[in-house]
Design a binder for this molecule. Structure first.
Ligand code: XMP
Length: 515
């Protein structure tokens, strides 16, 4: 088995920390995110080929701020500090950090010298970078030199004279830093001398061997949501142990039009193991009566899911020893860092967020993967594009897209509008260009006119975004004719809707879902 080179990311609480891990993996190098409080001995043992100190919301002079052992810089392992990470290096090395003077947004970076970090980047006079900081450094520490600057920052990047330690004040991991990938690649390949071995093929071979070793002759069940993650997880485990896998699909009644039939059909076409479908719409609907608060909806849906799933596993799959879940790395980090420096924006309920007292041992083959890596694994396993290329769908389903109270009637209206929207997007050949598209039913009514009659009906909002990973997103620029076809079909065909709006908000400051 290949020993993959590893990069350690110490998380000081930036909203972008996961993006750093993501970018590193895109370069086929393995990386993990850990708290900055890990001891030097732990870090040595973990064996990183390089260490990245993330950004974070704090100021190095604040009380009780996240910090790290200064000996980190003496390990002989290359270090790159990003934003707060750079300021921390400066502080450890005895330089001043200037507090205040917020800078947020795009800036033009002029590179002073084409050193290792910026190799190949001086073919342009300046490159666009993304800044988001309150503090900064305006003199490199002793023994360091300035590698790049912007109009507002005399030291936008520094490097140590005699050790591989670098700091950048901007965010190379964010897509708005146009050539950020090259900067990260330079750090990984040139400076840390990592080998690019982390591929989907290698991952599949290693996971299959692991699953076979863990499961032995046992039986496995898998909670299937129909989404990419659980479908690919099921396919992977199926490849490892064949028909000793049983899948369970819970119909929450909060699914999109024809979702259940699609899941069943795809399953039957690609797997020869058993699928148990549980119809629990009633239980979910009664838990949602009178509930308007988004977080409360998520919590209640999570609880019902746990009850239903536990019940089915007790009655229908006795004899199974293992449970597969399509948990992804962002979910793992989110739960690990709850209470840590990163702030939780929404409580994500992932179908499959089950309690620990179930009598199963968990198998989570994607605990270390991001969504597009899972898609790659799915393609490699031979799953069709309509499974691997599906837009993400949240665990709480349409309940967080019917804003306000969820009722059968409102769900039915949303389902129809959403189906037309997706149908038109596919017809226009745009589905694969979009990260996620869906309709939202707003809790307001508007006045309209149909024929000679005044109407007072629902408003549907349409959302479509492009994104690399759901962490940041831009609204999708449909052409007017596509939007107008979608709008007129929805108002004409969906009874109860007389107005359609298009959401032109990016993330941040908005989120992708409305609730
Ligand atoms: P937000 O709305 O936070 O969404 O910008 C980012 C991505 O996460 C999905 N999402 C969820 N997925 N359970 C899930 O499994 C959830 O509770 C949940 N909430 C949001 C969202 O659809 C988008 O892809």
């Amino acid at each position: 088995m290949i020993e993959h080179d590893r990069i350690l990311i110490l998380d000081f609480g930036s909203q972008y920390t996961q993006l750093i891990a993501r970018r590193i993996r895109e370069e086929k190098v393995y990386s993990e995110i850990h708290p900055p409080t890990q001891s030097i001995d732990w870090i040595r043992e973990w064996g990183p080929k390089g260490i990245i100190l993330s950004g974070g919301p704090s100021s190095v002079y604040d009380e009780g701020i996240p910090t790290t052992d200064p000996d980190l810089l003496k390990l002989g392992v290359p270090v790159l500090g990003i934003c707060y990470g750079m300021q921390l290096i400066a502080q450890i090395e005895g330089a001043d950090v200037i507090v205040g003077k917020r800078e947020y947004g795009r800036a033009q970076l002029s590179i002073n010298e084409s050193t290792d970090l910026f190799a190949g980047l001086t073919d342009e006079e300046s490159i666009q970078v993304w800044c988001s900081h309150g503090d900064h450094v305006d003199q490199p520490p002793k023994g360091y030199r300035t590698l790049a600057s912007t109009e507002g920052l005399s030291v936008a990047a520094f490097g140590c004279e005699d050790r591989s330690i670098y700091g950048v004040q901007f965010h190379p991991e964010v897509a708005h830093t146009i050539r950020g990938d090259e900067i990260i690649s330079n750090f990984l390949i040139r400076i840390c001398q990592c080998h690019a071995t982390w591929t989907a093929g290698a991952f599949i071979d290693e996971s299959i061997a692991d699953i076979q070793k863990i499961v032995g002759t046992g039986n496995v069940i898998c909670g299937l949501s129909g989404g990419v993650d659980s479908s690919v997880a099921a396919a992977l485990v199926h490849r490892a142990i064949g028909d000793r896998l049983t899948c369970i699909f819970v119909d929450t009644g909060l699914l999109r039009k024809h979702e259940r039939e699609n899941v069943e059909q795809n399953f039957n076409e690609h797997m020869d193991s058993q699928l148990i479908v549980v119809d629990s719409a009633k239980e979910f609907m009664s838990a949602l009566v009178g509930i308007e608060d988004p977080e409360e909806k998520r919590k209640r849906i999570g609880h019902v899911f746990i009850d239903v799933f536990s019940q089915v596993t007790r009655t229908e799959t006795s004899g199974a020893d293992y449970l597969v879940q399509g948990t992804l790395y962002p979910d793992v980090i989110e739960s690990v860092s709850t209470g840590g420096p990163s702030q939780t924006i929404k409580t994500h309920h992932n179908v499959g967020g089950l309690p620990e007292d179930l009598p199963f041992q968990l198998i989570e083959p994607f605990r270390e993967l991001f969504k597009d890596e899972v898609r790659q694994v799915g393609r490699e396993l031979g799953l069709p594009d309509n499974v691997t290329g599906r837009h993400p769908f949240p665990g709480p389903g349409l309940a967080i897209r019917v804003l306000g109270e969820v009722t059968e009637e409102r769900l039915a209206v949303l389902r129809e509008a959403d189906a037309i929207y997706l149908e038109e997007i596919k017809r226009a050949g745009l589905y694969d260009d979009i990260w996620q598209a869906f309709a939202v039913l707003l809790p307001v009514r508007s006045v309209g006119v149909m024929g000679d009659n005044r109407t007072y009906e629902n408003v549907v909002a349409l959302r479509a975004v492009t994104s690399r990973d759901g962490m940041t997103a831009d609204w999708y620029p449909f052409s007017p004719d596509v939007l107008s076809r979608i709008s007129s079909r929805i108002s004409n065909e969906v009874v109860g809707v007389n107005r359609v709006c298009y959401d032109v908000s990016s993330k941040p400051p908005s989120t992708i879902e409305w609730e």
